[in-house]
Design a protein around this ligand. Structure first.
Ligand SMILES: [Zn+2]
Ligand SMILES: [Zn+2]
Length: 365
């Protein structure tokens, strides 16, 4: 199959012909129809997530949807021809967290494109498929599905399950990238009033298009002050989609009494990831601070139903569709923060002769 392979960090991915993925008894192989390019892929490509990422050479890509072409002998719920979306946070299906419906925090977590080869290729294998795949409703296209693969579903879990956002509430969203725009669209669909915060007017304009009722450019004004003024007291919920000291702190400072902060953006690892919080504010305003990670498979049905009924439209966040060969351009846009919205690979066909290389024969997929 053709794949875009990460051989060296920060170097262009190489388009190669590699060995097709092997099929395990509990896995399925899908032909990939669409795969989003996410900032997490960029972090992996930059070499920032070593230890977590499988050894190189490796195939990134975790916002994947496609059609089942083969199912292992122990797979019960999927068969050839099924249209599926591949959840990003995957569980073993047997640990106490999975059994309680929280597969996103499984004790033996797997992540396509990180812990095993992902969707920057024509085919991929999904292990433990009965626990880690979801069938797509007929009305949901592959482009919508891949636009939902990581950032959208992460926002859906953060808005609905962790933030428990209700109609009429004020919601501040820090960061108008993929996660922030998704959170804006989802919270708006639920009936909340979203204020988008970013340093780019371009991105804020886009946030308005997907539902934000107000925007704050934090380069030009003090964001928590502006939000307290717009809301006359502070937001009920504030989401930090970025994970840096400034946005996390400003998010907490934007809250009204008894407000809920939802931390979706991940920060650096190690000591650099130890950020400061205004503890006295958190105590005397009874602010709740919650982390939100991916989305358990148990919550997919609700999200897919809202997409099928067009109450959510993840495809509207897609600003660019590209071919597998163009991933490096997408990474370049991320390095320079020049892109906006979501980029999805939809063309996996051969464009130029790939380099033949067979190291994947020895590598377990
Ligand atoms: Zn992602
Ligand atoms: Zn588990």
């Amino acid at each position: 199959m053709k794949a875009a392979v990460l051989e060296d960090f920060k170097k262009p991915l190489t388009i190669e012909t590699v060995h097709d993925p092997d099929l395990s008894p509990d896995g399925v192989i899908i032909e990939i129809k669409a795969c989003g390019v996410c900032r997490s892929d960029w972090h992996g490509w930059m070499g920032q997530w070593q230890g977590f990422l499988a050894p190189l050479p490796h195939i990134l890509g975790h916002e994947t949807s496609g059609e089942v072409v083969a199912a292992g002998k122990n797979v019960r719920n999927f068969k050839k021809g099924d249209r599926v979306i591949v959840p990003f946070t995957q569980g073993d299906g047997t640990c106490p967290h999975c059994l309680a419906g929280h597969s996103n925090v499984c004790d033996h977590q797997a992540m396509p494109g990180f812990t095993y080869n992902g969707g920057f290729a024509q085919f991929m294998q999904i292990p433990k498929a009965d626990h880690n795949l979801k069938r797509l409703p007929d009305g949901v296209h592959y482009l919508d599905a891949s636009a939902m693969g990581c950032r959208f579903m992460t926002a859906f879990h953060g808005v609905t399950s962790v933030g428990k956002i209700r109609p009429g509430e004020w919601v501040a969203v820090y960061g108008a990238g993929g996660v922030g725009l998704s959170a804006t669209q989802i919270a708006t669909a639920i009936g909340a009033n979203v204020i988008a915060v970013d340093i780019s007017d371009d991105k804020l304009d886009f946030a308005k298009k997907v539902g934000a009722v107000a925007t704050v450019n934090s380069k030009k004004e003090n964001a928590p002050e502006a939000i307290r003024e717009i809301t006359r007291g502070g937001a009920n919920v504030s989401i930090d989609a970025l994970g840096i000291q400034e946005t996390m702190l400003n998010s907490v400072l934007s809250l009204n009494k008894r407000g809920r902060h939802v931390q979706i953006g991940m920060t650096s690892f190690g000591k650099e990831g130890m950020l400061k919080l205004p503890i006295n504010d958190i105590v005397d305003k009874e602010i709740r601070f919650s982390g939100s990670f991916g989305m358990p498979i148990s919550e997919y049905a609700g999200m897919l139903q809202m997409v099928e009924k067009k109450r959510l439209q993840p495809g509207k966040l897609v600003t660019k569709t590209i071919s597998l060969e163009s991933i490096d351009d997408a990474f370049h846009d991320m390095t320079t923060f020049s892109g906006k919205g979501v980029t999805v690979i939809t063309d996996f066909e051969e464009k130029r002769p790939p380099r033949n290389y067979n190291y994947f024969e020895k590598q377990a997929v």
